[in-house]
Design a protein around this ligand. Structure first.
Ligand SMILES: Cc1ncc(COP(=O)(O)O)c(C=O)c1O
Length: 386
C-alpha cells in the first residue's frame, strides 16, 4: 500500500496525526494554532519550563559551553555539569548513582536492551510505548499482564523460568493512576525478579519531597532497584535519567547502547535541569506541589460535578474518557474554539474504544483558568449511535 493510501486509512479511522504550531512558552496559557488558549495538555506540571532561575542557569551555561556537547559522553562530550546533575538526581531519588539519557524514550530502550538480555520482560498492558518498544527490541520474551493485575502477574511469574524483569509506569501516562508498587515489589522479591519503575510522571510531583511514586509507596532502592525518570515533564526541560546502585549505573555506561552511541545532551539543558531540580528539592518546590495538588482537587471536583468519572489519585493527569475516536477529536476541537487546549488521545496511544481527552493541571493555573475550562468542557457526551 502506498503512503498516501495508508494515510487515507488513518484519516478514515479518525487517527490521523498532525503537528500544530506553538508560538509561546509552555505556560498555563499557550499560543497554539495562532490563538491564546488555556493549556490543559502540558506535562510542565510545576511550571519550571519558564521559571526565571531555570532560564538563567541554562543561559549562563549556553554562554560558556556553547550549544552542543560535541560528542558522546564516552568520547569528549562529558561536560562536568552532567556529573553534577547525576549526583543530585541520585540524592533526590535516594540511590547510589544516576545516569543521564537523551530522553525517556531512549532511556527505556537502553535499559531494556541492557537489562533484559535473553530472559522475560513483563509489562503492564498500559505501560508507555517506550517500555514496550524497549522490551521488543531487547530480544527478551515480552509478555504483558492486565492493567494493575498483580494476581495475574503472580500466576504468570510462577510459571516463568530464567531471568525476569518486571517493568511498570509508576504513574500511567494516559490514565493518571498509580501502579500498585508495594505489591509489585513483594512479588518481585518472592520470584527473584527485577523491578523497573518508569516514574516519568511521578518525578517532581509525588511524595512530600517530590521524589516520586517509589517513595510515595514507602519503597526504597533495594525494593525498586531500577528507577527511571524524565527531565522533560515536571522538571520542565529535556532528557531523562536512570537511578540505582553504582554497579547498575556502571553496567549501563558499558552496555546501554542508547547511552553509548549518541551525542550527550546539550550542557545548557543539563544546567537548566539542575536548577529545576534544586527548586523541586527546596521549599519552593513544596509550595509548587501544594498548589498543583490544590488545582488538581479543584478541577477534579468540578469535573465530577459535571458527571465525568475522574480517578481518585493525586496525580496531575485527569483522563476524560469519551470512547469513540471521532467524538473525542470533535470534543477537543470544540474546546479549542472555546479557548481550551485539551488534546485528544486516540489509538494506538490508548486501546481501541478508549479515546479520551488527556487533561493535565499545572501549579500556576488560576481558578479563573480552571473555571473557564470547566464551563467549556461541560457534561460528558452521550455515546454515539445509541
Ligand atoms: C511513562 C513515560 N515513559 C517515558 C516517556 C518518554 O519520555 P520522553 O518524552 O522524555 O522521551 C514518557 C513520555 O511521554 C512517558 O509518559
Amino acid at each position: 500500500m502506498t503512503y498516501r493510501a495508508q494515510l487515507d486509512r488513518l484519516h478514515a479511522a479518525g487517527t490521523y496525526r498532525q503537528r500544530h504550531p506553538v508560538t509561546s512558552a509552555q505556560g498555563p496559557e499557550i499560543t497554539y494554532r495562532g490563538k491564546v488558549v488555556v493549556n490543559l495538555s502540558s506535562n510542565n506540571y510545576l511550571g519550571l519550563a519558564h521559571h526565571p532561575k531555570v532560564i538563567e542557569a541554562a543561559k549562563t551555561m549556553l554562554s560558556s559551553a556553547g550549544l552542543g556537547a560535541g560528542a558522546a559522553r564516552l568520547i569528549c562530550g562529558n561536560h562536568e555539569v552532567f556529573e553534577t546533575l547525576e549526583a543530585r538526581l541520585a540524592t533526590f531519588k535516594g540511590t547510589e548513582s544516576a545516569l543521564l539519557f537523551g530522553s525517556g524514550y531512549t532511556a527505556n530502550l537502553g535499559l531494556l536492551q541492557a537489562l533484559a538480555e535473553d530472559g522475560t520482560v513483563y509489562c503492564d498492558r498500559l505501560n508507555h510505548a517506550s517500555l514496550i518498544d524497549g522490551a521488543r527490541l531487547s530480544g527478551a520474551s515480552l509478555r504483558t499482564y492486565p492493567h494493575r493485575d498483580n494476581n495475574q502477574l503472580n500466576r504468570r511469574l510462577r510459571r516463568t523460568e530464567g531471568p525476569v524483569l518486571v517493568a511498570t509506569d509508576g504513574v500511567f501516562s494516559m490514565d493518571g493512576d498509580l501502579a500498585p508498587l508495594r505489591e509489585l515489589a513483594d512479588l518481585c522479591t518472592r520470584h527473584s525478579a527485577t523491578l523497573l519503575v518508569d516514574d516519568a510522571h511521578g518525578t517532581g510531583v509525588l511524595a512530600d519531597d517530590g521524589s516520586g511514586s517509589v517513595h510515595l509507596a514507602g519503597l526504597n532502592s533495594t525494593q525498586v532497584p531500577v528507577q527511571m525518570g524524565t527531565l522533560g515533564k515536571a522538571l520542565g526541560g529535556y532528557g531523562a535519567f536512570v537511578a540505582g546502585s553504582a554497579d547498575l549505573i556502571d553496567y549501563l555506561v558499558n552496555r546501554a547502547r542508547s547511552f553509548i552511541f549518541t551525542t550527550a545532551l546539550p550542557p545548557a539543558i543539563a544546567a537548566g535541569a539542575l536548577a529545576a531540580l534544586e527548586i523541586v528539592m527546596s521549599d519552593e518546590g513544596q509550595q509548587r506541589r501544594e498548589a498543583l495538588q490544590s488545582n488538581r482537587t479543584y478541577l477534579a471536583n468540578g469535573l465530577k460535578a459535571l458527571g465525568w468519572n475522574v480517578p481518585d489519585c493525586n496525580t496531575p493527569i485527569l483522563p476524560l474518557l469519551v470512547g469513540d475516536t471521532t467524538q473525542a477529536a470533535a470534543l477537543s476541537e470544540r474546546l479549542l474554539e472555546s479557548g481550551i487546549l485539551a488534546a485528544a488521545v486516540r489509538p494506538p496511544t490508548v486501546p481501541e474504544g478508549t479515546s479520551r481527552l488527556r487533561v493535565t493541571v499545572m501549579c500556576d493555573h488560576t481558578h479563573a483558568h480552571l473555571d473557564k475550562a470547566l464551563a467549556a468542557i461541560d457534561k460528558p457526551p452521550r455515546p454515539s449511535g445509541g
